[in-house]
Write a protein that binds this ligand. Structure first.
Ligand SMILES: [Mn+2]
Length: 368
């Protein structure tokens, strides 16, 4: 089995060791020759990187093989920017639960790996043909004919853009915009976590992208509940030494935890930020680290342990804990256990907690 772990990635294809693999895009397309059609899947709560990757690969398959393709959506598109992306770029998505699969259909998973707890587990589908991803969290990859997982990369869209560039396929502006935005959302934090491949893809896509549409997506209108949630997150934030923790009851949508934590990690003198909020019967978690080499995905996975599931990248991680019940006491007990475990893991004394916004300030604001 040819294996190329060159740029910190995992790449394998087929079982023929005689033919040298020149281009990954070529190998990806060759394996699809017998498929009747190709369906693309990503993770729950689809994000721009997953959406752009599906759109880009579907374009590649249509342009080179002329086969029908389908893009799916696992769960709702909840973030306002992501909704704007789907609407403005007219990305056709079929809900995964209503898709029926043909036996000779190829299924390609992007921006995620199997058995990582990031998918609707009840979907019955043919075995995966391919997994293309950039997450540190390893899933079950055994037996999958085509695997291109590059952990050093900022975005899956960068891999997809590199396939399209290798194949020298003309990119419509709508697709260029989607791929550009997919990469941008993954590498816009600091430290960026971008590789040279991410940057060359951005450089290639920018002139082709529709900058007005990009601006409309980035500045998508936000519902009132967003701001209500934000003030609650700020008022519930506690600083423990170099860690800030924010609790939100009833997130209007689970991805808001990630937005809040992206904001909180910018607090000076803080190395770690966690936002935990309830959504349905789950406590949704989002963790950020301010410095390189923090292994946030591993940290959150160890802290959460058997309470739930977690994973992610070096400085960004997410996860969830299923609440034993949605009663206030059950939520508070789960929060306390999570806080205790995280503080212990980071060697921080629990009694050093201080509010981000002093109670007196909050009361004065209410009276004024
Ligand atoms: Mn991604």
């Amino acid at each position: 089995m040819p294996r190329n772990n060159g740029d910190s990635g995992e790449f394998k294809v087929g079982t023929d060791t005689r033919k040298p693999i020149v281009r990954r895009s070529e190998a990806f397309l060759t394996g699809l020759e017998d498929a009747s059609s190709v369906t693309f899947i990503s993770h729950v709560y689809p994000d721009p990187d997953g959406l752009g990757s599906m759109l880009g690969l579907a374009h590649l398959v249509k342009a080179r093989l002329g086969k029908p393709t389908r893009l799916t959506r696992d769960g709702p598109i909840s973030r306002a920017e992501n909704q704007a992306m789907v609407e403005l770029l007219r990305i056709p998505l079929e809900p995964i639960e209503s898709v029926s699969f043909a036996p000779d259909e190829a299924v390609v998973m992007v921006d995620s790996q199997p058995k990582t707890g990031r998918h609707n587990a009840s979907i019955d589908m043919p075995p995966l043909y391919a997994v293309i991803d950039h997450h540190d969290t390893t899933g079950e990859l055994d037996g999958i004919p085509f695997v291109d997982v590059r952990r050093g990369l900022g975005a899956t869209c960068s891999v997809v853009a590199s396939y399209l560039m290798e194949q020298d396929i003309a990119l419509p502006s709508r697709l260029s915009t989607a791929l550009f935005y997919g990469i941008e959302t993954e590498v816009s934090g600091y430290p960026r976590g971008a590789s040279t491949l991410d940057d060359s893809a951005l450089l290639y896509l920018y002139p082709l992208a529709d900058k007005d549409l990009l601006a409309r997506i980035r500045n998508a209108r936000l519902p009132q509940r967003y701001f209500e949630c934000l003030i609650q997150a700020l008022q519930s934030s506690f600083i423990y030494d170099r860690l800030i923790i924010s609790w939100v009851s009833e997130l209007p949508q689970p991805e808001l935890a990630a937005e809040i934590v992206d904001f909180l990690i910018r607090l000076e003198n803080v190395d770690w930020a966690l936002c935990a909020g309830t959504f349905q019967d789950q406590l949704v978690l989002s963790l950020r680290a301010a410095t390189r080499g923090s292994k946030a995905g591993d940290v959150l996975r160890q802290v959460v342990g058997k309470m739930g599931r977690a994973g992610g990248h070096d400085r960004r991680a997410g996860g969830s804990i299923r609440l034993p019940s949605t009663s206030q006491s059950a939520i508070e007990e789960t929060q306390a256990e999570l806080r205790r475990r995280l503080l212990k893991f980071l060697h921080i004394d629990e009694y050093r907690g201080q509010r981000l916004v002093a109670l007196r300030e909050m009361l004065q604001n209410l009276q004024s």
